[in-house]
Design a protein around this ligand. Structure first.
Ligand code: NAD
Length: 353
């Protein structure tokens, strides 16, 4: 078969610097020539943020961080950036914090140095998201891609095990969905395969030794690869489902991804033999789904959407909301019947079929 595809690689500096976030962040800010830096970090991360930015020319610390970035929260951060005449942003936190920095970058064009403390991967994508009332709006814009990322695994040691597992499986979902997302190509598939391998290596180590750095580093590395594959490949069926579940019913981001993933893999996998083979290989298994389920068992992963507030009676509404956004390129035809079965299984925590 001939190789014919188009792939865009986005420019971004990426540093892995366990235990050295402060030095690396100061160097990245110096490279930008910035002299008036705004830090975005939730109040709970204030002490951490002060340590990481000890050598950065700070003019303002913004600590109003809210999940899914409400528009009015973004507006206040944008106004603060203007009022303080900042010339660069350092964001320190999970996807919600990075998301707020992206919202400011979207309208101001300010460069962002992202210092992630979860495995969400937002720092490596050009996707932004805001919520306006109950509506989640997302978009793609080169201005929101952080200029540099500083990964310091020691900053994730404080992430509780349950959140580490859910966040790591959110990254796993970026990898798996990248295998059949609308713009996927062989480069995305290769990155996603290595991402799965790194996550499948790192997450069990995190579960066994939550205070060990090796597992946390591998998991961050996998989360980065996952996000790079995802930003290039786009949203596949899995992300379309989770986007509706999160936006429409307020389900928590990472656990929703963790629950839904095996069901989408079970539906799509048999019709996507190349992806199935890659995923199996990355897990060191002969069967992709067995590989994922064995990992989920070791991690005691989130299992049922009903544990996160999703009501069974909402399934028909969810099916109607998801069907129109299913990518045309999905390897399996998605119907009201198979989608309804998938959501029922994910709701109850049944084995994927
Ligand atoms: P989050 O940022 O909301 O963090 C979850 C919780 O963990 C918060 O209470 C936070 O304070 C806490 N926390 C974060 N790091 C910690 C640490 N090291 N120690 C202790 N506590 C810590 O959640 P998330 O899962 O990282 O991100 C979810 C958000 O990111 C969603 O809004 C999602 O839509 C967005 N997201 C966007 C992209 C993108 O490409 N734009 C990709 C992934 C996720």
């Amino acid at each position: 078969m001939t190789l014919r595809f188009e792939h865009e690689t986005y420019g971004q500096r990426v540093r892995f610097a366990s235990g050295a976030a402060a030095e690396a962040t100061a160097e990245e800010i110096a490279r930008l020539g910035a002299g008036r830096v705004m830090v975005i970090a939730a109040g709970a991360a204030a002490e951490l943020a002060a340590r990481v930015t000890a050598d950065v020319p700070l003019v303002y610390v913004h600590d109003e961080v809210v999940m899914h970035v409400p528009v009015e929260v973004a507006e206040r951060a944008r106004a603060a950036a203007t009022a303080h005449k900042v010339d660069a942003i350092v964001s320190i936190g999970g996807g919600s914090t990075t998301g707020l920095a992206k919202a400011v970058a979207l309208t101001s064009g300010l460069p962002v140095v992202a210092v992630p403390t979860t495995y969400a991967g937002s720092e490596a994508t050009n996707v932004w998201g805001l919520t306006d009332g109950a509506q989640k709006i997302t978009g793609v814009d080169p201005r929101v891609l952080p200029t540099a990322i500083v990964y310091d695994a020691s900053l994730t040691l404080s992430l509780p095990l349950e959140m580490s597992v859910a966040s790591g499986l959110n990254a796993m979902a970026h990898c798996v969905d990248s295998m059949w997302a609308p713009r996927t190509d062989p480069i995305d598939a290769a990155l996603a395969e290595e991402g799965i391998r790194a996550l499948a290596t790192g997450l069990p180590l995190v579960a066994e030794h939550p205070q060990g750095l090796v597992g946390r580093e591998q998991t961050l590395y996998g989360a980065y690869l996952a996000a790079v594959a995802f930003t290039s490949a786009g949203s596949g069926l899995h992300h379309k489902i989770c986007h509706v579940l999160g936006g429409r019913y307020g389900l928590p981001h990472a656990p929703t991804h963790a629950v839904v993933l095996p069901h989408v893999l079970a539906l799509n996998g048999p019709a996507a033999p190349d992806a199935w083979g890659r995923i199996a290989r990355a897990f060191g298994s002969t069967d992709a789904l067995d590989g994922l389920q064995a990992l989920r068992d070791r991690l005691d992963a989130p299992r049922a959407l009903r544990d996160y507030g999703f009501e069974e009676s909402k399934i028909p509404d969810a099916v109607q909301a998801i069907l129109p956004v299913v990518p045309q390129t999905n390897p399996v035809a998605v119907t009201a019947d198979n989608l309804s079965s998938l959501l029922h299984d994910a709701w109850s925590g049944a084995e994927p079929r």
